[in-house]
Design a protein around this ligand. Structure first.
Ligand SMILES: C[S@@+](CC[C@H](N)C(=O)[O-])C[C@H]1O[C@@H](n2cnc3c(N)ncnc32)[C@H](O)[C@@H]1O
Length: 246
């Protein structure tokens, strides 16, 4: 197990060997990697079929493929100060059984698996390529015994999590309010959920896959306010910590 400062330094130095993991996993030559990452955001946006998509989750299961790996990797590398703040936030709260819902390229799940306060990480992501990539990364980083991988929360068969991490995911769901209700059911009075959201498609529709419907957002805020109480932390104002109201 590694201490918190060491884990943050490893992330800031090389994002837990992210570039070499991408090259190996996707069989990309080093000379092609920068171009692959530079075009990732626009390539992902261009994959989105717009209103023709009837089921939101089809984008992640049938269309995205390895496109999200590239987009998330580029983001974690170029915004490493922001991502390291989210790691500091989870270092403050994570303990025992941790659910990482919509875990992406695994930065948060891997960091949690390296922590001595965490017993086990349940990585849930609807995208099979993401799950396979993070499973590969966990083996490379020697934390594979502390992470298991699932397409959906119910597949993990855990009735109560001590910590829930759900960062930059809620805006990708058709009904984020119902996800809050699911989280509420799998927490107890000592559990903490770390959540953020960005219900915005961007100035130039850079995020066509983000939900921005007013009704859905209003329902989300009503649901979060009736289920959770915010727990103050001084680390990152865009991500919140919550406990159950009852
Ligand atoms: C923007 S990424 C965030 C990844 C990671 N949490 C981070 O902060 O870097 C959103 C992730 O949510 C996943 N996702 C989307 N819909 C999902 C669903 N219904 N269930 C589980 N994961 C989902 C996507 O596959 C993607 O990995």
């Amino acid at each position: 197990m590694k201490n918190n400062d060491f884990i943050l330094k490893e992330f800031l130095d090389n994002a837990f060997n992210l570039k070499s993991h991408l090259m190996e996993f996707l069989s990309i030559e080093e000379c092609d990697l920068d171009g692959f990452l530079a075009n990732a955001k626009i390539n992902l946006a261009n994959l989105h079929p717009g209103d023709a998509l009837s089921d939101v989750s089809d984008f992640y299961t049938k269309i995205v493929g390895d496109g999200h790996l590239a987009d998330l990797a580029a983001w974690h590398i170029t915004s490493k100060d922001y991502i390291s703040d989210t790691l500091k936030l989870q270092q403050r709260f994570s303990r025992d059984l941790v659910l990482d819902f919509g875990g992406g390229i695994g930065t948060h799940a891997l960091a949690n698996a390296m922590s001595s306060k965490v017993e086990h990480v349940f990585f849930v992501d609807i995208n099979e390529t993401n799950r396979n990539f993070v499973e590969y990364r966990a083996k490379e980083l020697g934390v594979e015994k502390k992470i298991t991988f699932f397409k959906a929360i119910e597949d993990a068969q855990i009735s109560k999590f001590d910590t829930i991490i759900c960062l930059d995911v809620l805006e990708h769901l058709a009904d984020p309010a119902s996800q809050i209700e699911i989280f509420n059911e799998i927490m107890d009075c000592n559990s903490i959920a770390l959540l953020n959201w960005y219900f915005y498609k961007g100035e130039k529709n850079e995020y066509p896959f983000h939900i921005d419907d007013n009704q859905i957002i209003e329902n989300f805020f009503k649901t979060i306010q009736s289920n959770f109480l915010e727990v103050f932390h001084p680390i990152l104002i865009t991500a919140r910590a919550y406990k159950k109201i009852r």
